[in-house]
Design a protein around this ligand. Structure first.
Ligand SMILES: Cc1ncc(COP(=O)(O)O)c(C=O)c1O
Length: 413
C-alpha cells in the first residue's frame, strides 16, 4: 500500500503558505477537489429539493450522493445518514428527540473523556425529564477510559451510553465495542462521538456497536457539515420536533430546514479524496479503466484509512520521541490506543503563550481545553488547558520537526 505524502500535500492549496498545519484536530484544510465540487455545484446551478426543474434535480442528486458517501466512510447505509450543521447541533437534536422516551426511572451514562458536545446535551436532556446521570471516569495515570467500569455503571434503568471513539485532547481511543456491549446487554443505546476518530482510522460502526455515530466533515478534509449515522430502522422509532409540512420520512425528518447543498457536494468529494489516498501518486488507482470491476469505494476507504493510520502513527512516534527529550514537557495521556494527538505543557508556561511562540515560527497548534472540559477539570488544567498538536494525513516529518524545534526554544532538555 502506497502513501505518498508529498503527492497528497500537493492536492491542498492552503498548505502552499508554508505553515506547519498541526491544528487539524480543530479542522482540516481541504483539497482542491472539495473546493471544486462546492464551486461547481454553485456554478452549475442548484435549487431546493423535489422541484420540477433541472437545478432542483441536481440538488436531489447531491444529497443522495452525500448520504451514500458518508455511509461508505463509516460503514452505514445511506438512508441512515442525518446531516446537520455540526456534531454539537446534531447531539442536541438527537438528545432532545431520544429523551422524549425517558422518565424519572431512567439513567444515562456519559464519560469524563468526551468533548463537551457529547456530554452537556445529554445532561441537559436528562435534567429536563429527571433522569439520573452516571459518569465513567478516566484513569488519571494513563488517560484510559477503562471499559470494565461500565459493568457497574449500566443496569436495567440505563437508556443511553454516550462515549467518544477518540479524545480530541489526549487521543485516547476507548474500547467502544466493549462499552457498547455493556449498553446493549441491558437494552440501552450507545451514542458514539466519532468526530475525532473518523479522520484517523478505518471506521466500521457495526463493529463499534454504535447505534448512533457522529462525525464532522470539516475534520476530514470536507466542509463544515456534520452527520449522525444510525440504522434507519432505529431512526424510525425516534421522533424529533419538526415542522408540520416537512417530511416525516427517515432520515429527512431529523434535518431541520434546507440542507447546504453545495457543501454536501464537497462532502462527497472529501470522501472520494479519502478513498483515493492510498493510490495518490501511485499512477492509476486500483480498478481504474479495464473491464474488471474495481474495489468499491467502501473498500478503498478502508484501505486508504489503514494507510493513513500507519502514516500518522510514524509521525506521532517521531513527535512523542521528540517531546520525551525535554525534561520539563508534561504530556497528558499515554493510552495504549491513541489518535495521533499530543496534549502537553512546557513547565509552567502559559499554553496560549507557547502557541503564540509557535505561531510566530509558522507552526499552527491549539491551546486551551479544546472543549474537553471535564477532562481538563480532572487533569487540573481548567480552561487554560494545554498545547495541542494534532497530526492528520497531510502532515509530514518536517511539520513535526518544526514543532519540536519551536518547543526546543522554550523547553529544557
Ligand atoms: C471529539 C469531538 N467531538 C465533537 C466536536 C464538536 O464538533 P462540531 O464542531 O461539529 O460541533 C469536536 C470538535 O472539535 C470534537 O473534536
Amino acid at each position: 500500500m502506497t502513501f505518498d505524502v508529498s503527492a497528497v500535500r500537493a492536492l491542498y492549496p492552503a498548505l502552499a503558505d508554508g505553515h506547519a498545519y498541526l491544528d487539524g484536530a480543530a479542522g482540516t484544510q481541504v483539497p482542491v477537489t472539495v473546493i471544486d465540487a462546492i464551486a461547481g455545484a454553485y456554478r452549475a446551478g442548484i435549487g431546493n429539493l423535489d422541484g420540477a426543474f433541472a437545478a432542483s434535480r441536481r440538488s436531489d442528486v447531491i444529497v443522495a450522493q452525500a448520504r451514500a458517501a458518508v455511509a461508505d466512510l463509516v460503514g452505514g447505509t445511506a438512508d441512515g445518514v442525518v446531516f446537520g450543521p455540526s456534531a454539537t447541533a446534531l447531539a442536541y437534536r438527537m438528545s432532545e428527540a431520544l429523551s422524549r422516551q425517558w422518565t424519572t426511572d431512567d439513567e444515562i451514562v456519559v464519560s469524563r473523556l468526551d468533548h463537551d458536545s457529547n456530554i452537556r446535551p445529554w445532561i441537559q436532556a436528562a435534567g429536563r425529564v429527571g433522569a439520573l446521570v452516571r459518569w465513567a471516569e478516566i484513569d488519571l495515570a494513563t488517560g484510559e477510559l477503562p471499559a470494565k467500569q461500565y459493568a457497574d455503571l449500566v443496569g436495567p434503568r440505563t437508556r443511553l451510553v454516550a462515549v467518544t471513539a477518540a479524545s480530541n485532547a489526549i487521543g485516547t481511543r476507548p474500547d467502544v465495542a466493549a462499552i457498547a456491549g455493556y449498553a446493549h446487554a441491558v437494552g440501552a443505546l450507545c451514542y458514539v462521538d466519532g468526530v475525532h476518530a473518523t479522520p484517523h482510522v478505518p471506521v466500521d460502526i457495526a463493529a463499534l456497536g454504535a447505534d448512533f455515530y457522529a462525525t464532522s466533515a470539516y475534520k476530514w478534509s470536507g466542509p463544515h457539515v456534520a452527520a449522525v449515522v444510525a440504522d434507519p430502522e432505529l431512526l424510525e422509532t425516534v421522533w424529533p420536533d419538526k415542522l408540520a409540512p416537512s417530511s416525516n420520512a427517515v432520515p429527512w425528518r431529523f434535518e431541520r430546514g434546507t440542507l447546504p447543498f453545495a457543501d454536501l457536494a464537497g462532502v462527497t468529494a472529501a470522501v472520494d479524496h479519502l478513498a483515493g489516498l492510498a493510490a495518490v501518486g501511485a499512477g492509476d488507482g486500483p480498478g481504474a479503466g479495464g473491464m474488471v470491476a474495481g474495489p468499491t469505494r467502501r473498500e478503498r476507504v478502508l484501505a486508504s484509512m489503514a494507510a493513513v493510520e500507519a502514516h500518522e502513527a510514524a509521525l506521532f512516534a517521531r513527535l512523542l520521541d521528540g517531546l520525551a527529550e525535554f525534561g520539563d514537557v508534561t504530556l497528558y495521556g499515554k493510552a495504549a490506543r491513541r489518535a495521533p494527538t499530543a496534549f502537553f505543557n512546557i513547565g509552567a508556561r502559559d499554553p496560549g503563550a507557547v502557541a503564540g511562540h509557535l505561531a510566530s515560527l509558522g507552526v499552527n497548534v491549539w491551546n486551551g481545553d479544546n472543549y474537553a472540559y471535564e477532562l481538563c477539570q480532572v487533569l487540573g488544567l481548567q480552561s487554560d488547558g494545554a498545547v495541542r498538536a494534532g497530526i492528520v494525513h497531510y502532515n509530514d516529518a518536517s511539520d513535526v520537526d518544526r514543532l519540536l524545534a519551536g518547543v526546543a526554544e522554550l523547553a529544557v532538555r
